[in-house]
Design a protein. Structure first.
Length: 271
């Protein structure tokens, strides 16, 4: 039986999601858990939907393995996983299911502080990104033969009291693509580049430019979507993850306020 699992992780203390010998990675921790449960990742045909870089968080990444679904509920595998990884939903899938190949789209959110940024300009540029384009200017080139053409279904730029959230949904993404797009949108929002520059960036045959990707800590792999799969939530695992999130929000929310008070105090001293 083949089973797909939806899982979340806090990326702070990982050297990315992909397995690397002698480094702490998400897959490394998954493989340790599998081993303790008597699962051989190779024999079970382990596959994962999306790879994330060091520091990037995930809410709805997906992996699949060949196991007995009733024997290996999310809560069972979670019992062998560290606190910063939680499997919270599962689904029985076809024997040939591949979570990477069969995904219809992936949704990423990028969060940044809104200081001195014109969100209306960001939104105009975001509209240009939608559709099918060559994103070579927004990725690392591995080889001339590799294609960087991707289809972006939607780009939304949302604003609240202190933060800007860029939500991007596409069929697939190249390495650093979302973080580079976040950099480009921020540059336009700050007036460093104009909106028309985005069109040039999407025409790599005639225009070439590189940029630094936005910091990894602002990026979240929010969801991976499939056309004919309905994931069943493991209520126990789901509630456990909610409690972990609440602890994080309480801790970092308090830290944010403490640092804001420090910053305000220093500003008052210089007025």
């Amino acid at each position: 039986m083949r089973v797909a699992y939806k899982f979340a992780y806090f990326g702070d203390n990982f050297h990315g999601s992909q397995y690397q010998p002698n480094l702490r990675t998400v897959e490394g921790e998954l493989f340790k858990a599998f081993s303790e449960l008597g699962i051989d990742a190779g024999v079970a045909r382990y596959r994962c939907s999306s790879r994330t870089d060091a520091g990037v968080h995930a809410l709805g990444n997906v992996f699949a393995i060949d196991v007995d679904a009733k024997k290996y509920l999310p809560r069972i595998i979670n019992s062998k996983l560290p606190e910063d990884i939680t499997i919270w939903a599962w689904a029985k899938v076809s024997d040939d299911f591949d979570p990477r190949r069969d995904a219809t789209s992936r949704v990423y959110s990028y969060v940044m502080l809104k200081s001195d940024i014109d969100v209306s300009l960001m939104r105009k540029a975001a509209c240009i990104i939608e559709g099918t384009h060559d994103f070579s200017n927004f990725t690392k080139r591995f080889a001339e033969s590799s294609s960087n053409i991707r289809t972006i279904k939607s780009v939304e730029v949302r604003l609240d009291d202190r933060f800007i959230t860029i939500e991007i949904e596409g069929n697939a993404f190249t390495w650093n693509m979302v973080r580079n797009l976040a950099t480009a949108l921020e540059m336009i929002g700050r007036g460093v580049r104009d909106v028309e520059w985005m069109k040039s960036m999407l025409d790599p045959e005639n225009y070439f430019e590189r940029m630094e990707p936005s910091p990894a800590y602002g990026l979240l792999l929010k969801d991976v979507k499939y056309s004919d799969i309905e994931f069943e939530i493991d209520e126990y695992a789901f509630n456990m993850f909610k409690r972990k999130l609440e602890q994080k929000i309480r801790f970092y929310g308090t830290q944010f306020k403490v640092f804001s008070i420090m910053d305000d105090f220093l500003d008052d001293l210089t007025e």
